[in-house]
Design a protein. Structure first.
Length: 211
């Protein structure tokens, strides 16, 4: 079965279910449209991934997946914005276009998509916009996105776009480490080791001074 037929069947199912259940009785046209749109976006998310991966008998096609993402983007779906942004950034199913990718990441980030905020932060950092990078990665980390928590800890530790604060860096590393994120576990171990070495050097310097 083609992807288009799958979608058409699903949409017909929405309409039939609504008629049988009377879910839309008395609702205004705008309310019916918004509700149907919400259902459609939800399943676009499923079908575009199936199209990309070739699951459930669908022909694997990044181009078809991209078309579905574009339709979902038009409906305001932030997850689709993030996925389509990745495709533009990697030239997967679409022509490589970093500008479009960044626009999509920013649009999704402004809709509080934590993954998009983290991705945008990384690319802004690469472009030298450290303040913008810290702003978006902080928003992502505050939503509990593990990779962002680690990335923010690193920015604070290195003083990139923000003042150095090892205690604050530890706090973000610890949040990610508590969820088993290995880079943060290693970062905490490294900070502990460096703190011990610094203390040993301080003690040795005091001994030499008092000798």
């Amino acid at each position: 079965m083609s992807l288009r037929r799958c979608l058409r069947r699903r949409l017909r199912g929405y309409v039939a279910s609504a008629r049988v259940s009377g879910a839309y009785v008395g609702a205004t046209f705008d309310r019916r449209r918004r509700r149907l749109r919400a259902y459609f976006v939800r399943d676009l998310r499923t079908y575009d991934l199936r199209a990309h991966a070739g699951d459930y008998g669908l022909v694997k096609s990044a181009k078809k997946a991209a078309k579905l993402y574009k339709r979902a983007v038009e409906l305001g779906n932030a997850d689709a914005m993030t996925q389509l942004g990745d495709m533009y950034m990697n030239g997967d199913g679409v022509k490589w276009n970093k500008k479009k990718a960044m626009q999509l990441f920013r649009a999704a980030a402004e809709n509080d998509n934590a993954i998009a905020q983290a991705k945008l932060a990384i690319y802004l950092c690469e472009e030298g916009d450290l303040a913008g990078s810290v702003s978006f990665v902080t928003r992502s980390a505050e939503q509990g996105f593990t990779v962002a928590e680690h990335f923010l800890g690193r920015r604070i530790e290195d003083g990139e776009g923000v003042e150095v604060d090892l205690d604050e860096a530890r706090r973000w590393y610890a949040r990610a480490a508590a969820k088993g994120y290995e880079p943060s576990i290693n970062a905490l171990a490294r900070l502990d080791r460096e703190a011990r070495e610094a203390e040993s050097e301080r003690v040795a310097a005091d001994l030499l001074r008092d000798a």
